[in-house]
Design a protein around this ligand. Structure first.
Ligand code: GRF
Length: 205
């Protein structure tokens, strides 16, 4: 199968990025991680990329007055590496119509809660503080809202009596690392069909 060129957007540690790289290197995910872009200079994910010989680019938000101008700089990098699918893996900024319209239905994000519950920047903390018995993660297409796009896959993380926030989050992250590559693989195989809000997963040919 032809590999899909992906560009990964990050802001932090990049454990999800790592799971994607590892699966790709193991031959379990038909992607070429063409570039990794961060809006934070110190994001450890940039180091992870470099260790695997992947172009790692810091695009400073401060260099641009408008969000759209920052996105133009990101688009410049994506174009340079012929990115077909944008993967937001802990990218902590909302994307605007400017980039979304250009990559419509070709941007996916992972959120660390079962959407539509607990959107925003602290899915783990919000779910934990609320006291839910079941949480998880959601991989979805990105639209102009905050964590509102059509859902591709969700992973379930039940809360145990003796969980601490740390154990809850740690287990949740391990689930993310399994579910995100699975969703990316479905995309690469052309098996995701968006029907309104619903994403139909097509059978393997
Ligand atoms: C993950 O929990 C992801 O769901 C959220 O941000 C976190 C990123 O973690 N969007 P990492 O950088 O992949 O370790």
């Amino acid at each position: 199968m032809k590999k899909t060129n992906i560009g990964v957007l990050i802001s932090g540690s990049g454990t999800n990025l790592q799971s994607i790289i590892d699966k790709a290197e193991a031959g379990d995910l038909p992607v070429n991680v063409a570039c990794v872009i961060s809006d934070r200079e110190k994001a450890y994910g940039l180091e992870r990329a470099k260790k695997h010989g992947i172009p790692a680019v810091f695009v400073d938000r401060k260099g641009y007055a408008l969000r759209e101008a920052h996105e133009d700089a990101i688009i410049g990098v994506l174009d340079k590496y012929n990115v077909e699918l944008i993967v937001c893996a802990g990218y902590m900024r909302l994307l605007t119509h400017h980039i979304i319209s250009r990559y419509r239905n070709r941007i996916i994000n992972i959120h660390p809660a079962l959407l539509p519950s607990f959107p925003g920047t602290d899915g783990y903390g919000d779910a934990w503080r609320y006291g839910v018995k079941v949480s998880g993660c959601t991989v979805h297409f990105v639209d102009e809202g905050c964590d509102t796009g059509p859902i591709i896959l969700q992973g379930i993380n039940p809360v145990d009596n003796d969980d601490t926030f740390e154990s809850f989050r740690e287990r949740g992250l391990a689930i993310e690392h399994r579910v995100f590559p699975e969703a990316i693989k479905l995309y690469c195989e052309g098996r995701l069909k968006i029907e309104g809000r619903r994403v139909r997963i097509l059978d393997k040919e």
